[in-house]
Design a protein around this ligand. Structure first.
Ligand code: NAD
Length: 309
């Protein structure tokens, strides 16, 4: 039997993600939204691309959670996105209600699934989903570092005029202004960028990464990024569905790792069919540890405003 993946929210990220996953062909896709016609229309459009591209996935657009029943992976993209000048944290109030309602439905209809949170502020929303669903922490994670690293890698590749495939990076911490970019771990063919670029250039690329989402919003004006976010979510889904055991930075619930407890924050995790199969503890310098701890504090403060009890 094919794997089943449901996507909640058929907006920019959800629609683009449905297309990417359908084209992969390894799972049936359900796309759900509260707006009548939106998921059905996008699903039909994707179905009509199948004869051209030659994929066989089944795609269903729906407004009913019954269609999502027994999904292996559910991705939450429902909620409000940022407008120019807004921070991710300012979305909290609007998205708490949506994410709570959506998570309750997912837990009811797909009690054994793995949830990937995309909705912002993603670290706090992942924490909320964990509390609402009652799932074990290994089955809930959020999209952050895969996207942030991809942004940094693309900037490094452009700066040094090297193939993007030769660049790797690690971005940890909050998916927001308290992101922890670690230049010493950003490398081109194994060589740290600290040996390849002057410090001012590195600082500029780090700043651009932290403000990567805002840069796109200021250009689009009516929406936020979705091509790279949907690509990043696809990579995470694929590692789970295909049991790849791949290590990538994701928002995960920490229970003492990195000296941090009871908060969701970006760290490297091993992803496989069980979801988060391991939280990987990198050796960090004292300064990097401090930056990660203060990033966790910022998320804790935001989570406290949700008054989850
Ligand atoms: P969008 O406005 O295009 O789509 C959101 C969709 O959610 C809309 O179609 C809306 O009808 C739907 N929705 C609202 N309430 C719902 C509910 N209760 N049930 C089901 N569907 C509901 O927004 P987008 O650009 O796709 O972004 C979605 C979210 O993802 C935003 O919060 C955005 O900030 C976030 N995001 C996160 C990352 C990340 O790296 N974590 C990257 C990009 C976007």
């Amino acid at each position: 039997m094919a794997s089943k993946i449901s996507i909640i929210g058929a907006g920019n990220v959800g629609g683009s993600l449905a297309q990417r996953l359908a084209e992969k062909g390894y799972a049936d896709i359900v796309l759900l939204d509260i707006i009548e016609g939106l998921p059905q229309g996008k699903a039909l459009d994707i179905i009509e691309s199948a004869p051209i591209l030659g994929f066989n996935s089944r795609i269903t657009g729906t407004n009913s959670y019954r269609e999502t029943a027994n999904s292996d992976v559910v991705i939450i993209t429902s909620g409000t996105n940022r407008k120019p000048g807004m921070t991710r944290d300012q979305l909290l109030k609007a998205n708490v209600e949506i994410v709570s309602e959506v998570t309750g439905n997912i837990a009811k209809y797909s009690p054994d699934c793995i949830i990937i949170m995309v909705t912002n502020p993603v670290d706090a929303m992942t924490y909320l989903a964990l509390k609402v669903s009652g799932f074990v922490p290994s089955r809930i994670l959020g999209l952050s570092g895969v996207l942030d690293c991809a942004r940094l890698c693309s900037f490094i590749a452009a700066e040094l005029d090297v193939p993007v495939a030769e660049v790797s990076a690690y971005v940890l911490g909050e998916h927001g202004q308290n992101m922890v970019v670690i230049p010493r771990l950003a490398q081109v063919k194994g060589k740290p960028i600290t040996k390849l670029l002057p410090q001012e250039t590195i600082n500029r690329l780090v700043e651009r990464t932290i403000n990567g989402g805002a840069e796109i919003i200021s250009l689009l004006k009516t929406g936020s990024a979705f091509y790279a976010p949907s690509a990043a979510a696809t990579r995470m889904v694929e590692a789970i569905i295909l049991d790849k055991k791949e290590i990538m930075p994701c928002a995960a619930y920490l229970q003492g790792q990195y000296g941090i407890k009871d908060i969701v924050i970006g760290v490297p995790v091993k992803l496989g069919r069980g979801g988060i199969e391991q939280i990987v503890e990198l050796e960090l310098t004292d300064e990097e540890k401090k930056a990660l701890a203060s990033s966790a504090e910022a998320v804790k403060k935001l989570v406290a405003t949700m008054k989850l009890g």
